[in-house]
Design a protein around this ligand. Structure first.
Ligand SMILES: NC(=O)c1ccc[n+]([C@@H]2O[C@H](COP(=O)([O-])OP(=O)(O)OC[C@H]3O[C@@H](n4cnc5c(N)ncnc54)[C@H](O)[C@@H]3O)[C@@H](O)[C@H]2O)c1
Length: 266
C-alpha cells in the first residue's frame, strides 16, 4: 500500500472500468488515488498502470452495495491521507424495459447507482467536511435527464442528480461542492453485450447526436477535472452533460416539425 503523504486523496469508485480508469489517471497528477472496484483484476490493472507512471495509487477490491461494511472504504481511504474528493463513478444497468423489469433488477439498479453513491458520501462525510474545500462528483447519465431505455437505472441516475443538489445545498456551508456529470454514449465495456448483439450499435447511436462524435472516457475525465478545479469554484449543484448535444435534441424532430431541409445532415 502507498505511504501516507500530504497529497490529498481522491476516492474513485468503479476505477477498473473505462471511465473510472480515465478519471483516476486524469486526477492522479493532483491526488493520491484510492481506487475501489468489485473487479479485482481490473482494479489491479488500473492501480499498476498509475504506479508505473509514477503516481500514488492504491486499490480496494470492494462491493459498494454491501452498505454494512462501507466503513472499510473509509478506513482504506484515510490510510492514504486527507480525503478531499469523492468520485462516485461505479454504475451499471440491468433492466432494459419496464415490461421486463423484475423487483430484483430494480433493487440492483437503485442499490448500485443511487444508494451506493449516497452511502459512500455518508461514510466519508466527516473527512470531506473536515478538509474545508471538498468535492463530490457523481457520474450520472443522460438517462437521468430523459428517456433512453433502462428505466430502473434511469430512475436511479435521476435520483443521483437530485442527491447531488441536496449535497450541494446542505454542505455548501462547509466549503464542499457537489456536481454531477451526465455522459452520453461512451464506448466502454458496459456496451460489450450490445455491441456483440449489434456491431453497428455505435454507428446507429451517433445518428441521434447533433455533434457527430461520441464522447470518450477521456472527455468525461476532462469534465470531472474542470469541475474539481479552481476555475469551477462557484459551480455547485449542477449536472453537466458530456453528451455531444443529445439532451439538447435530435435534428430529426425539428426536421419533421418545420419541414426545413436545414435540419438534414449526415
Ligand atoms: N458508457 C456509457 O455509455 C455511459 C453513459 C452514461 C453514464 N455512464 C456511467 O459512467 C459510469 C462508468 O461506466 P462505464 O461505462 O465506465 O462502465 P464500466 O462497466 O466500464 O465500469 C463500471 C465499473 O463499476 C464497477 N462496479 C459495478 N458494480 C460494482 C459494485 N457493486 N461495487 C464496486 N464496483 C462495481 C464494475 O466492476 C466496473 O469496473 C457508470 O456510472 C455509468 O452508469 C456510462
Amino acid at each position: 500500500m502507498t505511504e501516507l503523504t500530504s497529497q490529498p486523496v481522491a476516492v474513485v469508485t468503479g476505477a477498473a472500468g473505462d471511465i473510472g480508469a480515465a478519471i483516476a489517471e486524469k486526477l492522479a497528477n493532483t491526488y493520491t488515488i484510492a481506487a475501489v472496484d468489485l473487479d479485482q483484476d481490473g482494479l489491479e490493472k488500473t492501480v499498476r498502470s498509475l504506479q508505473d507512471q509514477g503516481f500514488r495509487a492504491s486499490g480496494l477490491p470492494f462491493d459498494l452495495t454491501s452498505a454494512d461494511s462501507l466503513v472499510e472504504l473509509a478506513v482504506f481511504a484515510r490510510s492514504l491521507g486527507s480525503v478531499e474528493t469523492l468520485i462516485n463513478n461505479a454504475g451499471a444497468a440491468s433492466a432494459l424495459s419496464l415490461q421486463h423489469m423484475t423487483r430484483g433488477d430494480l433493487a440492483q439498479d437503485v442499490g448500485l447507482n443511487l444508494e451506493a453513491a449516497l452511502n459512500c458520501f455518508k461514510v466519508l462525510e466527516d473527512d470531506l467536511i473536515a478538509c474545508g474545500h471538498a468535492n463530490v462528483i457523481n457520474i450520472a447519465s443522460v438517462n437521468g435527464l430523459g428517456t433512453y431505455g433502462h428505466p430502473a437505472y434511469s430512475a436511479a441516475k435521476a435520483g443521483l442528480i437530485h442527491a447531488t443538489k441536496a449535497i450541494a445545498v446542505e454542505y455548501g456551508k462547509y466549503g464542499l461542492r457537489a456536481n454531477a456529470v451526465a455522459p452520453g454514449t461512451v464506448k466502454t465495456q458496459a456496451w460489450k453485450t450490445r455491441q456483440s448483439d449489434n456491431p453497428k450499435v455505435f454507428e446507429e447511436a451517433l445518428r441521434w447526436y447533433p455533434f457527430k462524435a461520441l464522447p470518450e472516457p477521456a472527455d468525461i475525465a476532462e469534465a470531472v477535472s474542470f469541475l474539481l478545479s479552481p476555475a469551477a469554484r462557484c459551480i455547485t449543484g449542477v449536472c453537466l452533460p458530456v453528451d455531444s448535444g443529445l439532451t439538447a435534441g435530435s435534428p430529426a424532430l425539428p426536421r419533421t416539425f418545420t419541414q426545413s431541409p436545414d435540419f438534414d445532415g449526415t
